[in-house]
Design a protein around this ligand. Structure first.
Ligand code: SF4
Ligand code: SF4
Length: 206
């Protein structure tokens, strides 16, 4: 009996619902390898993990034949990360063409004569990848030329100079100065507040 995890579909979350629901602790988080894992010696084949994984990334094989079948199915799974996000979160990844690193961002901030909209996100966090900040609506709400950039941040301490404590985060920068800052996921109720604040702030400084 074996539990198989489809690593192409699994987002490797340490808060995995399969770990929570496993009665024997066979499903566990391996801190050394930083991955979810299964100890098949502890598994009692209850199939809780298979049911609780919302991504359909876990299957339990009853015998060797089924094990081989599932293994082949995983090997041949051609789902891309983009499709995975569409499938799981109903959203698309942020377009690559706006990407910058922190060093290039400094250059852009120093030399831009437009209002800069800078989004900081972590590409490993789902809440950042699902476009939680309504960038297009923000740009539409500002009646001045705006330049949008996004910066992937794996360690939030790199953003000390901007005093950002949570991702995703948004900065509006004008003439090298931060004129507006928003931190964290934007839920539907906060969106209108965010758009109104930004509109008022930008119109005030212009
Ligand atoms: S719930 Fe499923 S997709 Fe999420 S970490 Fe666990 S096994 Fe992976
Ligand atoms: S089948 Fe049951 S015991 Fe085995 S890993 Fe899944 S939840 Fe744990």
């Amino acid at each position: 009996m074996s539990v198989l995890i489809n690593k192409k579909r699994c987002d490797n979350a340490d808060a995995c619902s399969c770990i929570e629901g496993c009665p024997t602790k066979a499903f566990y988080w391996d801190p050394e390898k930083e991955t979810i894992a299964v100890d098949n010696n502890l598994c009692i084949n209850c199939r809780n993990c298979m049911i609780s994984c919302e991504a359909g990334a876990v299957k339990v094989a009853r015998d060797e034949e089924e094990y081989q079948k599932i293994k082949t199915e995983y090997d041949e799974d051609i789902m891309t990360v983009e499709e995975l996000f569409q499938d799981r979160y109903g959203a698309t990844l942020i377009a690559e063409k706006y990407a910058l690193d922190l060093v290039d961002l400094k250059d852009v901030v120093e030399n831009s004569n437009k209002i800069l909209l800078v989004e900081f996100y972590n590409e490993e966090e789902a809440k950042c990848l699902i476009n939680s900040i309504p960038v297009k609506e923000i740009i539409d709400s500002i009646s001045y030329p705006v330049s949008y950039r996004k910066v992937n941040i794996s360690d939030i301490r790199d953003l000390k100079e901007y005093e950002i404590k949570e991702l995703p985060a948004l900065l509006i920068i004008e003439n090298g100065k931060v004129i507006y800052k928003w931190e964290q996921f934007v839920n539907i109720n906060e969106k209108e507040i965010l758009l109104k604040n930004i509109k008022e702030t930008v119109n005030f400084v212009k």
